[in-house]
Design a protein around this ligand. Structure first.
Ligand SMILES: Nc1ncnc2c1ncn2[C@@H]1O[C@H](COP(=O)(O)OP(=O)(O)OP(=O)(O)O)[C@@H](O)[C@H]1O
Length: 303
């Protein structure tokens, strides 16, 4: 389980401590003009892989991830369909979060991590030299297990990722729209200048979702987004995820198999050793899995 604590320093570098105690830094605010235009070139729709299915937005090809000499993912191959919810499930330590972080290159922030293979987003390998990871993370946003709003106003939290992206953007309108899509606007409309830290845990997580949505991403990665929340807040987040999938591709890590069964269209089952054992429609995984090991995991015989 990767509890991630985030704080932002004055120069816009995000400091995070992940579950293993590793401190990682991320330049979140300063993409220069060159990298912004690079984003447009990198993810031009014409650049799609000719072999990719029309509705595949992310494709992993033989992805191996190592932390120093320890292999965390083995030859993972998976085609994630756009505008659906894909759940990543499996026992603790099987590599779910590692795979999620590989998609938007968050593993770059962990010194020990090394990624091999190809991870295509709209047909473009995100590990190509000409891809700017900061720009990539605006197109593939991330929501962590523990809500991590910045010590700023609600408005500034949502506007955070917009500051350098596009000066033509109407910030107020974008903030309102992101809060609305994150199902939070009604609750905070009259207090946009209050601190994001004064919200409840569930509201803070929806604020973080609004922050991820504001730069208009294509994909939202969620690492156990409801596991720190009470049942009512969890249910709101689950409803929201299903709504968000009408507009975005959602990839979610969850330990909660009922949650995966409730909200996802596709499910990927990772088992110990970082092996992706089965990836299929969620109904098939839960009702008629191909592999005995998956059935044993689903029915609670281990994990
Ligand atoms: N920053 C890191 N440095 C070194 N090893 C790591 C790091 N992060 C993860 N690992 C190792 O990689 C393997 C996969 O971990 P990962 O967190 O991806 O699994 P997970 O399935 O998400 O686990 P959990 O369900 O407990 O969150 C584990 O053996 C873990 O110890």
């Amino acid at each position: 389980m990767n509890r991630t604590n985030t704080s932002e320093s004055d120069d816009g570098v995000e400091q995070r401590t992940d579950g293993s105690g590793t401190t990682v830094s991320e330049q979140t605010t300063s993409a220069d003009d060159e990298s912004t235009s690079l984003l447009d070139e990198s993810f031009d729709i014409d650049d799609r892989s000719p072999t990719g299915a029309a509705n595949t937005i992310i494709e992993a090809r033989d992805v191996n991830v190592f932390y120093d000499d320890v292999q965390a993912l083995q030859d993972v191959a998976m085609a994630i369909p756009e505008k659906q919810v894909t759940a990543l499930i499996g026992p603790s330590g099987c590599g779910k979060s590692t795979f999620l972080r590989s998609i938007n290159r968050m593993n770059d922030l962990i010194d020990a991590a090394r990624v091999e293979g190809e991870l295509l987003f709209d047909g473009k390998n995100v590990y190509d030299d000409d891809v700017d990871p900061v720009a990539l993370r605006r197109k593939i946003g991330m929501v962590f297990q523990t809500p991590n709003p910045f010590p700023k106003s609600i408005r500034d939290n949502v506007a955070f990722g917009l500051e350098v992206q596009d000066t033509d953007v109407d910030v107020d309108e974008t903030v309102h729209s992101a809060l609305e899509r994150a199902a939070l606007l009604e609750e905070v409309e009259d207090q946009l200048d209050s601190s994001g830290l004064d919200l409840s845990g569930g509201q803070q997580q929806r604020l973080c979702i609004a922050r991820a949505i504001a730069p208009d991403p294509d994909v939202l990665l969620m690492d156990e987004p409801a596991s720190a929340l009470d049942p009512i807040a969890t249910s709101k987040i689950e409803d929201l995820i299903e709504e968000l999938a009408e507009e975005y591709t959602v990839v979610i890590v969850t330990h909660n198999m009922q949650q995966a069964a409730r909200i996802s269209d596709k499910t990927a089952v990772f088992l110990t050793g970082g092996e992706l054992v089965e990836f299929d429609d969620t109904d098939t995984i839960f009702e008629n899995p191909e592999h005995d090991r998956v059935e044993d995991y689903i029915t609670g015989k281990f994990g």
